[in-house]
Design a protein around this ligand. Structure first.
Ligand code: FES
Length: 254
């Protein structure tokens, strides 16, 4: 029984374990990634080291790009070309069901952990503006799928060196990046729903049921893929950046 002299909202938690470690790590991890990505995206430089294109700038759709993927935006665009494209993966991650849980808990304390009281009292779930906009995630899934296809194309181009076919460390880095982002996207809750989650009867759609089962297995590890792909995409940009700056050289395997 709670002590009557102690107001309920003063009892923040009775938990004795280190419940605050996880939200603290999320703040550090996500916060560092956001700061680095913003800095790298606004640079507008050192994002291409032939044949490697940083994933933060792919597809490069402005003619002011160091390596134009699709010349959609004319020379009137003078800002960093990353701004034109990065809102898609950023929107996909920001509205991701896993990240929502992670940053609601860690950044806003809603609640910081199971059995821990909310920091603020005015959380209404996702039933009102602006959080109701999180439902846009299913559409970001399609946009992110297009970007992902182009990242695979970049990984293929990473085999094409000025002197012909080759494999460098950067080739492996870009391939791993596309593969990890694929795992993250395929394990998405929206993807699972699209594959068959919305069906009333699996018996009438065996192919969809098979796909749904595979995606469901991936979905169990969505948090893991979210973090690994997040870290790797940042490291991929860093690798290309250091190459473009001349700080490191790419090791050719073949
Ligand atoms: S739920 Fe995480 S990417 Fe869709």
């Amino acid at each position: 029984m709670a002590n009557n002299s102690l107001a309920y909202n003063e009892v923040r938690t009775l938990r004795q374990d280190l419940w605050w470690v996880e939200p603290m790590l999320v703040v550090l991890g996500l916060g560092s990634f956001i700061v680095y990505t913003t800095w790298a995206a606004l640079q507008g430089a050192y994002y291409y080291a032939a044949p490697y294109l940083s994933p933060f700038y792919s597809p490069c759709i402005a003619t002011n790009c160091a390596h134009v993927s699709l010349p959609i935006i004319g020379p009137w665009w003078s800002l960093s070309p990353a701004i034109l494209i990065l809102w898609i993966p950023a929107g996909f991650r920001a509205t991701c069901y896993y990240y929502r849980k992670a940053y609601y808990r860690s950044f806003f304390g809603l609640p910081p952990g199971c059995g821990v009281r909310d920091i603020t009292r005015n959380y209404w779930g996702e039933t009102r503006f602006p959080l109701i906009l999180q439902n846009i995630h299913r559409y970001f899934f399609w946009l992110a799928a297009i970007v992902l296809a182009l990242l695979w194309w970049d990984a293929i181009l990473a085999f094409r060196f000025p002197n012909g076919f080759g494999i460098g460390i950067g080739t492996v880095v870009l391939l791993a990046n596309a593969a990890l982002l694929s795992l993250y996207s395929l394990s998405c809750h929206s993807c699972r729903h699209l594959c068959g989650g919305y069906l009333d009867s699996f018996a009438k759609a065996p192919a969809r049921y098979g796909t749904w089962k595979v995606v469901s297995r991936l979905n169990e590890h969505h948090m893991l893929y979210a973090w690994i792909s997040l870290i790797w995409v940042g490291l991929t940009d860093l690798y290309v950046r250091l190459l473009a700056m001349g700080i490191i050289t790419d090791l050719r395997i073949i």
